[in-house]
Design a protein around this ligand. Structure first.
Ligand SMILES: NC(=O)C1=CN([C@@H]2O[C@H](COP(=O)(O)OP(=O)(O)OC[C@H]3O[C@@H](n4cnc5c(N)ncnc54)[C@H](OP(=O)(O)O)[C@@H]3O)[C@@H](O)[C@H]2O)C=CC1
Ligand SMILES: Cc1cn([C@H]2C[C@H](O)[C@@H](COP(=O)(O)OP(=O)(O)O[C@H]3O[C@@H](C)C(=O)[C@@H](O)[C@H]3O)O2)c(=O)[nH]c1=O
Ligand SMILES: [Mg+2]
Length: 281
């Protein structure tokens, strides 16, 4: 098994689950060189590949579009091409930001995509490149990833709580926070099942349960962490950012459960595990 990514949130959790897999950091495979990603798979001939590397700085991607398009847009298709030629499963992670966030119904995996920003557009290009190769694959769209490692909203909130008693957080963007550990477990299970049943190939959704808005998520983080911080819910318009985020990030994950038996994990359980891990760090 080859995993692209070594130090990211999901890659770090995959390292714990797959001690014998080969993890490629950017020194071994730079995703800004898509042909190199193809070559490294063809040379190693693994039994499966997971791509957990990406350009994830949502606001920075608005300016850094060329690099984001290589890493998120072009590299996944080259990985999928190598996997298709070798006849091995490819699991690729994508995002809720491929949708426009309209309405309040959970998005089904076949709902039309319409990304609002450069990160989402480049991630969609990556998905399209993977689907075009038509090999054994799963594109797993997830959302709002958190873990004790790397950058994420949970760690940002804890850091801000060191210097603030009150925070303003958007209350009109709703989605499912998802722990990197649960995503890693889902990727491993899905790659196993694809090996024995390639007809399960397709695009799937996986996010933590239940859906919540960012302000309420922040409040729960502070409750669980035992911090007395007041969170004022604000509209997105009061928190301007370079990239527009979708207001509705709800993902309909039912097919992932039906086809793979992988259910939406409770994020509150994962959050307490994440907070304990941060305490002992
Ligand atoms: N974070 C989130 O909230 C969400 C993430 N996703 C998707 O989930 C997947 C995993 O995300 P997550 O674990 O949070 O990502 P992180 O931002 O934590 O990690 C990204 C990883 O990609 C690597 N990487 C970045 N650029 C390159 C490059 N040029 N060459 C090689 N490696 C590179 C990074 O390496 P290095 O450490 O060297 O920088 C890092 O290991 C991604 O596909 C992402 O789009 C989906 C929804 C939400
Ligand atoms: C720090 C902060 C953020 N916010 C808002 C901004 C944003 O709308 C929301 C979450 O902030 P973040 O910076 O974590 O958002 P963001 O980096 O856009 O998170 C996204 O990352 C990419 C990679 C994905 O794929 C998505 O699923 C999603 O997780 O909270 C506040 O309202 N107040 C604050 O003090
Ligand atoms: Mg971010």
């Amino acid at each position: 098994m080859i995993v692209f990514g070594k130090t990211g949130q999901v890659a770090t959790e995959l390292r714990k689950l797959l001690p014998t897999a080969t993890f490629l950091g950017r020194e071994q495979a730079d995703l800004s060189d898509p042909a190199a990603c193809y070559a490294v798979i063809m040379a190693a001939k693994p039994d499966a590949v997971i791509n957990a590397a990406a350009y994830t700085a949502v606001d920075k991607a608005e300016e850094d579009t060329v690099l984001a398009a290589l890493i998120n847009g072009a590299a996944p298709g080259q990985m999928a091409k190598a996997c298709a030629e070798l006849g091995i499963p490819f699991v690729h992670i994508s995002t809720d930001y491929v949708f426009d966030g309209q309405g309040d119904a959970p998005f089904k995996a076949d709902h039309p995509t319409a990304p609002l920003g450069a990160y989402g557009r480049t991630k969609l290009q990556g998905e399209e490149g993977v689907r075009a190769e038509a090999g054994t694959h799963a594109i797993l769209r997830t959302s709002w990833v958190f873990s004790a490692h790397g950058n994420n909203f949970v760690k940002t909130m804890l850091r801000l709580s060191e210097t603030h008693d009150n925070l303003t957080v958007v209350a009109d963007q709703t989605g499912g926070p998802t722990s990197a550990r649960d995503i890693a477990k889902a990727c491993v299970e899905i790659s196993k099942q694809l090996k024995t049943d390639p007809t399960k190939s397709g695009t799937y959704h996986f996010s933590g349960y239940p859906n919540v808005n960012w302000a309420d998520f922040a409040r729960l983080i502070f409750v669980q962490a035992g911090k007395t911080v007041t969170v004022e819910g604000i509209p997105t318009s009061a928190y301007p950012t370079p990239a527009t985020r979708p207001c509705n990030s709800r993902l309909d994950c039912s097919m992932t459960e039906t086809i793979f038996g992988v259910a939406r994990p409770e994020w509150k359980d994962a959050l307490s595990a994440c907070l304990s891990e941060l305490e002992t760090k």
